[in-house]
Design a protein around this ligand. Structure first.
Ligand code: ADP
Length: 499
């Protein structure tokens, strides 16, 4: 017995739920609109046939002339449901209600009324009313479509703006009145906040349009343009400008700014490096050729059997060969060392050592350096140990001494000093040579850079000081120069003491 009761209850529940959902549907906005149309049409029809209804029901007190013969006014009320249908159900709704209204008019026009309507007036009214309803429908359709399109354009614009906002390049949209309508966050990072200001104020800090300087707004030929612009602060941007129609249908320009300062610098450096490399090649071949030519010349003289050479001349010629060979060796060593440093395979092999040992070791075989110069050493006594790569330190001293000799006249002094400076040792090489012009001081430690001052002897590549700097820095020291043109130069470098 329990089961059927439960089933019955469930079915009642189901029916109630279905009713509830049906009534929910009937209470939707669409149904209210439909009820509205039905009610309006019903009222109009009732009013239209009121005279016949009064007669049929025998409501004598209501037998007013008005219900019988002012058909045009009674018909006029049908305009309301027709326009209403046009508004809510558009052109098709208006046509359907107009046809239904015609059907409603026909019995009275043709049969019922003692005052039948002239058909022409009925047809005229129906046409006018139908056209009005139809127009309302079309206008509504149109305005709805416009609103939809505007909303679509807006949402598309927002979508585009959000894409632009997240772009890595700076983006700004500029109106025809130079007003900035949009800047993305990358643009803000580069140029600061700018929306609302004029582009010439924003980009160039000018009070009036830039004219020739900027092509941004001159680009009105609706094509995309690309150019590079360097601002006075040195930053270079690649600018791409394209036409852009804003949501208010204004013809604007959208411009992207890509900061290419670094790329430009690298390009310039590459060009410079290429130039330096080709300079180096021609330099190196020249520098290699001249000692080889003199060695070849000396050896040819020594080999001449018909000329008798005394011992002194023979010794002089042989020491010439030795000097030239030293120079060649030093040149090749510098080239090799630089390539090893570049490749990162010449790391300092540090050990505890004394700077005085290194100095002595360097000065002994460097006879040609001090042959024509007065070489003095001034080493502080009992200098503590340093922790350095013995060979690399030799190379630094050799390069500085060679330069001192090469850039100063014969017979002038070269002084090599070493002293303790706090927890470091400071070594310096001074000469009384040509000196270095102020504007070259910063560049002489660059690779392949050769100054304007001429060497007294051949053998330079522009690598000597670059090698010195790389070695000293890899030891945790510093290298610098003090110089006065015409009076000489002093190169200093420091090295940390052994712990
Ligand atoms: P280079 O092979 O040309 O000597 P370096 O790297 O040794 O190359 O030196 C770079 C430049 O520094 C030189 O071309 C020269 O102009 C300048 N220079 C180096 N040492 C001296 C010095 N003692 N006196 C004057 N100028 C120097």
């Amino acid at each position: 017995m329990e089961v059927p009761v439960a089933r019955k209850r469930a079915r009642i529940g189901e029916v109630a739920a279905r009713r509830r959902s049906a009534s929910a549907v009937l209470r939707t906005r669409d149904f209210y609109i439909f009820y509205g149309l039905l009610s309006l049409f019903g009222i109009c029809t009732l009013f239209f046939y009121m005279g016949e209804l009064v007669d049929f029901a025998g409501w004598t007190s209501l037998r007013w002339e008005f219900f019988y013969n002012v058909h045009d006014i009674q018909r006029l009320f049908f305009l309301v449901p027709i326009v209403y249908a046009g508004y809510f159900y558009r052109d098709k709704g208006a046509i359907i209600v107009t046809i239904v209204a015609l059907i409603v008019f026909l019995p009275r026009a043709l049969f019922i009324s003692p005052y039948p309507d002239p058909m022409l007036r009925v047809v005229l009214f129906i046409i006018v009313a139908g056209v009005m309803g139809y127009l309302v429908g079309i206008i509504r359709n149109e305005s709805e479509q416009r609103r939809y399109l505007a909303a679509l354009a807006n949402s598309e614009k927002e979508e585009i703006l959000s894409i632009l906002e997240n772009m890595e390049d700076g983006v700004c949209i500029i109106g025809p009145d130079y007003k900035i309508r949009f800047v993305n966050s990358s643009m803000v990072k580069e140029f600061g906040e700018g929306a609302g200001s004029r582009c010439y104020q924003y980009l160039h800090k000018f009070d009036e349009p830039c004219g020739e300087i900027c092509v941004l707004l001159n680009v009105t030929d609706r094509a995309t343009h690309r150019w590079e612009y360097t601002f006075p602060d040195g930053k270079t941007y690649e600018v791409i400008s394209s036409p852009f129609i804003d949501s208010d249908r204004t013809f604007c320009q959208i411009a992207t700014f890509r900061n290419i300062t670094q790329r430009k610098q690298v390009e310039l450096e590459l060009i410079e490096l290429n130039q330096l490399k080709s300079d180096l090649l021609s330099n190196v071949s020249h520098e290699l050729k001249s000692p080889l030519t003199s060695i070849k010349g000396i050896i040819s003289s020594l080999l001449q059997k018909d000329i008798e050479l005394d011992n002194e001349t023979r010794e002089m010629l042989l020491s010439g060969v030795s000097e030239e060979t030293d120079r060649l060796a030093s040149l090749v060593t510098n080239l090799l060392n630089m390539s090893k440093l570049e490749a990162g395979v010449w790391n300092p092999d540090k050990e505890r050592c004394y700077i005085s040992d290194i100095v002595n070791n360097v000065l002994q075989p460097q006879k040609w350096v001090h042959k024509n110069h007065v070489l003095e050493t001034a080493l502080e006594p009992d200098l503590p140990e340093i922790y350095a790569d013995y060979n690399q330190m030799r190379q630094v001293l050799i390069n500085l001494l060679e330069n001192a000799a090469a850039y100063s006249d014969e017979g002038t002094k070269i002084i090599l000093r070493a002293k303790r400076a706090g927890n470091k040792i400071e070594v310096s090489v001074s000469d009384q040579g040509v000196g270095i012009p102020q504007e070259e001081l910063e560049r002489i430690f660059e690779k392949f850079y050769r100054g304007s001052q001429k060497r007294q002897k051949p053998g330079g590549t522009g690598l000597g000081l670059a090698i010195c700097q790389a070695i000293v820095l890899s030891h945790g020291g510093q290298i610098w120069v003090e110089s006065e043109v015409g009076h000489g130069s002093t190169f200093h470098f420091t090295l940390p003491l052994a712990q």
